[in-house]
Design a protein around this ligand. Sequence first.
Ligand SMILES: Cc1cc2nc3c(=O)[nH]c(=O)nc-3n(C[C@H](O)[C@H](O)[C@H](O)COP(=O)(O)O)c2cc1C
Length: 152
Amino acid sequence: MKKLLFASHTPSDNTRKLSQHCLAKMHAYSETVEIYHKPPLEITSDDGLTCDGLVIATTENIGYMAGLTKDMFDRCYNDWLYHTDGLPVAFYIRAGLDGTATANTLGRFAHALRWRMVRPPLILKGDYITDFEEQVAELGGGFAAGLEAGIF
Ligand SMILES: Cc1cc2nc3c(=O)[nH]c(=O)nc-3n(C[C@H](O)[C@H](O)[C@H](O)COP(=O)(O)O)c2cc1C
């Protein structure tokens, strides 16, 4: 079984809905892919070291990823460096206005850790619309399908 780690920061009803939609599509592949869903505060270095793929969901706050998402990197970065090379990753960002700065920062972290971004970060910005739910479902389902098929 492949291990898919889903780290999702969900400080609001909307972000919790997004997380559930993403997770539901991932679970369509749970016969071959084990899904581990945790808030970033509960992610340990071992979670990253033992997974086969990582999806990170965060909000953008004050022009940066959420503090709790950053805290995950603060605690785990040194343990992950050189030991997670090539890890397939995908990101989605819920942003009220923008999201670009967070996408760029996550891209820099991925580059520094030598992770493989399987797609550009998905930014869900502006007023909340239900279409966001389909977009995150497509991201989560596509990621799990890629792991299952050994594409990533
Ligand atoms: C303190 C604070 C700072 C924020 N800063 C930004 C920001 O810099 N850029 C942005 O696009 N959205 C910003 N937002 C909006 C959040 O990203 C948004 O509220 C969050 O993703 C939750 O989405 P929701 O309102 O759909 O639940 C901020 C929200 C808060 C509470």
